[in-house]
Design a binder for this molecule. Structure first.
Ligand code: FES
Length: 110
């Protein structure tokens, strides 16, 4: 079954059950943010929720791991430049998405 989400302001068709990373990859995107420390492109690295390279904003919530969050019909996905820890925000401000994901990495290379 198809769902429809918005990626960086553009409507995108996706398959129910796909992760947001899967949707982005199926659209030909291999990176969607840059490291605040090195400026290098970031996208999928581990694909299992460990590296935090794939962070996106989903429905206004920052630091969602695209490889762990399943796309839901109507989701709005925006790209972000840095993880919350690099902007001096509290870890609580970077609380995880509705799937229970939590941002915990003070040592994240974001
Ligand atoms: S690709 Fe490593 S956490 Fe998503």
């Amino acid at each position: 079954m198809s769902i429809r989400i918005e990626v960086d302001g553009q409507p995108v068709e996706a398959e129910e059950g796909q992760t947001i990373a899967g949707v982005l990859l199926s659209q030909g995107r291999v990176s969607w943010r840059r490291s605040a420390k090195t400026g290098k492109a970031r996208g999928i690295f581990c694909g299992i929720g460990v590296c935090f390279d794939c962070l996106v904003v989903v429905n206004g919530l920052r630091d969602v791991r695209a490889c762990q969050r399943r796309a839901a019909d109507g989701d709005r996905v925006d790209f972000q430049e840095a993880a919350a820890g690099d902007r001096g925000e509290s870890q609580e401000a970077a609380a995880g998405d509705q799937s229970g994901n939590r941002f915990q990495g003070s040592d994240v290379d974001a």
